[in-house]
Design a protein around this ligand. Structure first.
Ligand SMILES: Nc1ncnc2c1ncn2[C@@H]1O[C@H](COP(=O)(O)OP(=O)(O)OP(=O)(O)O)[C@@H](O)[C@H]1O
Ligand SMILES: [Mg+2]
Length: 255
């Protein structure tokens, strides 16, 4: 199977990008896929959520983006979840500024990933909560984007800006780029408000919305705190079932 590179992107913070990277990675792995997770957020939450201490990392994605010579394979780490990881930490915040004057600055990540695509079935890129140069690098390197949205009021706010950005990247930098799906997260079926927002998302986005809905549960936060995925920490929980269903859907939505 050819490697599929998907970015988890949404400029709104705290919508479940990192949680989805960890748990979709783990459930794709469970299906026998070879998965690389790439932390592209200076907060390093993906690296921390997989049990690494971001401050004690020697080499990170920052070194890869900054040096023409360094190659991706040299920073890949193995994690307990079975997924490989390219970690990040706060050093990456400087890349935003330092790369602005580089020629082909949006294409740096794409070029670097070419060296590892033959080793993986999926590469999932966890973007920061902004439409910054880092996110543009992810969208340029990817074939698809997965957009988590919190099932809360104002869920749709800012989505036009994100779609416009995807469209601009598609026309100017990466004609292959498609939206794999929009993923409702943190869904609380007990509230009318949750159900109304989900209904609104379905009306607005139709089949672009994944059928899978990720429930609101502290078990996801707990497992990330423990440096584990939901399928190893709370194997039988509804959230584990949801991320398994998401993996199945993602595999079906070939682009
Ligand atoms: N379905 C869920 N139910 C309950 N809590 C969740 C759920 N998904 C994520 N969380 C928690 O919500 C917080 C934000 O999630 P996460 O870090 O995945 O979002 P993010 O979009 O990556 O945030 P950022 O934009 O800051 O990178 C975390 O504390 C996470 O553990
Ligand atoms: Mg995050």
């Amino acid at each position: 199977m050819a490697c599929r590179i998907y970015a988890l992107a949404q400029q709104k913070g705290g919508v479940g990008k990192t949680t989805t990277a960890i748990n979709l990675g783990a459930t794709l792995r469970e299906r026998g896929r070879r998965v690389l997770l790439l932390d592209l957020d200076p907060q390093g939450a993906l690296s921390a959520g997989l049990g690494l201490d971001p401050l004690s990392l020697n080499r990170t994605i920052y070194d890869i983006l900054r040096s023409a010579r360094s190659d991706m394979a040299g920073v890949v780490q193995q994690t307990d979840s079975g997924c490989d990881l390219v970690p990040a930490n706060i050093d990456l915040a400087a890349a935003e500024i330092e790369l602005v004057s580089e020629p082909g600055r949006e294409q740096i990540l794409k070029g670097k990933l070419e060296a590892v695509t033959s080793k993986y079935d999926y590469i999932l890129i966890d973007c920061p909560p902004s439409l910054s140069l880092l996110t543009l690098n992810a969208l340029t390197a990817a074939q698809g984007v997965i957009i988590p949205v919190q099932t809360q009021y104002f869920a749709l706010r800012g989505m036009d800006l994100l779609f416009n950005t995807v469209e601009k990247v598609r026309t100017r930098l990466n004609p292959k780029l498609t939206i794999v799906g929009i993923l409702p997260t943190m869904y609380d079926a007990r509230t009318t408000h949750g159900r109304e927002v989900l209904e609104e998302l379905r009306e607005t986005y139709g089949t672009q919305l994944f059928e899978t809905v990720i429930p609101l549960t502290v078990k996801l936060a707990d497992s990330a705190m423990a440096g584990k995925s939901i399928i190893s920490f709370h194997q039988q929980s509804p959230a584990a079932a949801a991320y398994r269903a998401l993996a199945e859907e993602v595999e079906k939505r070939v682009h």
